[in-house]
Design a protein around this ligand. Sequence first.
Ligand code: ADP
Ligand code: MG
Length: 437
Amino acid sequence: MPSALNQFGGSPLSLKVIGHNAGTSMDGVDLVHVHFTQDSPRAPLKMQLLHYGEYPMPKKLKARVMKLIKENKTTPEEMAIVNIQLGEVISDAVNWFAQENNFSLASDVDLIGGQGQTIWHLPLPELFEGNQSRAHLDMGEIAIIAAGTGVTSLGNFRVSDMALGRQGCPLFAALDSLLLSHPTLNRAVQNIGGIANFSILPRAAVEECYDFDTGPGNVFIDAAVRYFTGGQQEYDKDGAMGQKGKVDQSVVDRVLQGPYFVHDIPKTTGRETFGDRMAEDICDEMLARGATPEDCVATITRITAQSLADAYERWGPPGGVDEIYMGGGGSYNPNIIKYLKERLPNTRIVPISEIGIPIGAKEALGFALLTHECFVGRPMIVPKRTESDRPGVVGQIQPGKNMHRIRQHVAQFWGDFPEEDVKCTTEMILLPSLCNS
Ligand SMILES: Nc1ncnc2c1ncn2[C@@H]1O[C@H](COP(=O)(O)OP(=O)(O)O)[C@@H](O)[C@H]1O
Ligand SMILES: [Mg+2]
């Protein structure tokens, strides 16, 4: 199917990518199957979502990884085993995803890429006691994924970004801005995963986006619910437990005066700072003063909700945000959304599914885009308000059986395009999704 050559002697690009994401909540691996096309290097990139799925994290492995992170005391043996096992889970997830949706890994997938499970994320060591260094580690061995699927697999995007002088997280500003930057509206994209992050998209400026983590999203809520149900329940489904409790505002205010919340942006965080133990301590303290488990969950939920609203006021664009697009599992918690709407009455708050992206798919989609741009050899938009504006292609590549074919395809796309003119993508068209969101 040779197509017309463009002015640089190149031919159109067409790559199908599986993006995967195992978030901080450790509930599972989110998967997207995406088709990227581009007529020539200066034409807009087109993106179409073909399939979306979620593969549950096996309970035994989840418990093992949670223990490893919570105790922060492990052996090289444990680290090596967990890295392989997480790679196997992601490989199994990808194989299941293709089978479930009747597509072939050999002919319908060119690249697989994403993030393994975050094991350690310490971007702001100055907030910790002791002599710690900035570091990030996520695990899910890409050699195992490539061997288990036959497909060239990418990973380590966060470490790559950190190597360029930034924090390696949240890493979604570029996708959010390409999807939702608007000529006259200030917008934000909010993801409430285990940790909550948002991208601010000032109007009419696709490259002026910036992103950061506000703090806990669901991690505390999940930890509290696990604590009170002896692990029987993993999260507060539809906010049912929190709804029955009474918020202790003094606890919320005290927690929100903690060092992370008052720290200026850029800032990102993880379970190292907002771990289960901190949530359990809050619960113990409240129980000792006569609170019910429901009161504890209500209070902990409010910590998340209020930290989001405070962050919009403090770090949002002048004049506020006109619209917020919500994603991540915490968007299903009405106790968070109701409070946000009360605090931001002039802001239209809608689920990101309004533009055809399932609520749980956004971050996997971010990794699909990172995977695509890395393999094509382009840097991503560098967000503003970070420590470094150094651009760079982020990610690492493990060749699979298809490496030669896809490498040739990308070389044919570039043709004689001058290397010094290769820039980040600043225009992307989202084609109507083919999956039900
Ligand atoms: N119906 C729901 N009601 C309340 N919370 C929910 C619901 N569905 C999912 N969640 C929350 O979302 C979390 C998963 O969100 P997700 O976006 O996958 O986060 P991560 O990226 O950290 O894995 C769950 O742990 C749970 O706390
Ligand atoms: Mg998840």
